[in-house]
Design a protein around this ligand. Structure first.
Ligand code: SAH
Length: 347
């Protein structure tokens, strides 16, 4: 019965709301089969190649106050830092020598990083490493700002929509943040020719199974090139400190459904998944993911970019992360490759 739905999803790359919901509600019966089909679809478009993105967490200053996030403005226990252009270029240099061919600049929404400063950094990375992709994950900005960043050479932009339900969005964010602006940003980014990444947290407070079924329909409509999902993990200094964490089990099943819905999507097995379960990232690859995003941030600042409690890999050197992941991924039958890992528009 549920096998029939997975087969239909593989064939047609879409299901109705009720069909997605039915699968989500009965996931324990069908998750192994879903993972097997999702991995087969991943192999068809990308082979057993897992792409890595070197994550540079450039600042934990943030003007926003998202209820779930450890670097929210109101968290007085968060020790703030920001990296200079020189620091960022140093991370990229080390990353390049370790084999990374994509750099992701992520941070809180920090007005220190003007368009001018960011464009200079992007141009310099592209000049020094013309074979690399630059991905940004710096939150909501204006159309003109995104345009300037794109013209400076940025290739991709990650901006999780966090939830596709306006009512749910308003339970996760204060009044001065808007669901409409979040979506406006995603559509602006698409229009400007970025490869765009959307996504959401799994098991965030107040999320229902119906919301998750809607997430799959939303992603199908948006057609992003990348989708980032990971379990919600409570942070002790946030208003959501007492909420339950999301589960690896639900995250893995959704990774498989996303792969079957958007066969070519670049899909990371996230650090949050590796935090909630010791083998989370390996299982993510087995469930159809094909991207890993190890940390390239300087060791001195890593513990300060604490979006949620117990985040892994905050004590390691970049090189350690790379070696550790390479070994872990071998167990899945996949292999890490040194490649930009662009979206497969071809086949
Ligand atoms: N300021 C940027 C980057 C945000 S951090 C932006 O707005 O896009 C990247 C992602 O971490 C967020 O989009 C969110 O989905 C996730 N995140 C934040 N807090 C989290 C938590 N407590 N548990 C799990 N994921 C979290």
């Amino acid at each position: 019965m549920y096998k029939f739905l997975i087969d239909k999803l593989e064939r047609e790359n879409s299901l109705t709301f009720n069909e997605y919901l039915d699968l989500i509600q009965h996931r324990e019966q069908i998750c192994d089969y879903a993972a097997e089909r999702a991995a087969a679809v991943r192999d068809k478009y990308y082979g057993k190649r897992v792409f890595t993105r070197g994550l540079i967490e450039l600042s934990n200053y943030c003007k926003n106050d998202c209820y779930y996030c450890g670097i929210r403005r109101s968290n007085k226990n968060c020790e703030r830092y920001r990296l200079t252009a020189e620091d960022i270029l140093e991370c990229a240099k080390e990353g390049y020598s370790l084999g990374f061919r994509t750099f992701v600049l992520q941070g809180g929404e920090d007005s220190y990083y003007t368009d001018e400063l960011l464009c200079g950094i992007i141009r310099e990375i592209k000049r020094l490493y013309p074979d690399c992709a630059v991905t940004l994950s710096l939150g909501e900005r204006s159309y003109d700002s995104y345009k300037a960043l794109r013209e400076a050479g940025a290739d991709r932009y990650l901006l999780r929509h966090e939830t596709c339900s306006k009512a749910h969005y308003e339970k996760l964010h204060p009044d001065n943040m808007s669901f409409e602006n979040r979506l406006r940003c995603l559509y602006d980014l698409k229009r400007l020719g970025f490869q765009v990444g959307a996504g959401f947290m799994v098991g965030s407070p107040y999320q229902t199974e119906e919301d998750l079924a809607n997430e799959l329909l939303f992603l199908k409509r948006l057609q992003p090139q990348m989708v980032g999902i990971g379990p919600f993990i409570a942070h002790r200094d946030t208003p959501f400190k007492d909420f339950e964490n999301g589960t690896a089990e639900m995250t893995l099943f959704l990774l498989s459904l996303i792969r079957l819905t958007l066969p070519r999507v670049l899909l990371p097995a996230t650090t949050a998944l590796g935090t909630i379960h010791p083998l989370g990232r390996e299982m993510g690859i087995e469930a159809g993911a094909n991207v890993l995003m190890p940390n390239l941030s300087p060791t001195a600042v890593r513990k300060k970019y604490m979006l949620y409690d117990n985040k892994i890999c905050t004590g390691d050197e970049a090189a350690q992360c790379v070696n550790c992941l390479a070994n872990r991924i071998k167990s899945t039958g996949c292999e890490i490759v040194n490649d930009r890992g662009d979206y497969n528009y071809e086949i």
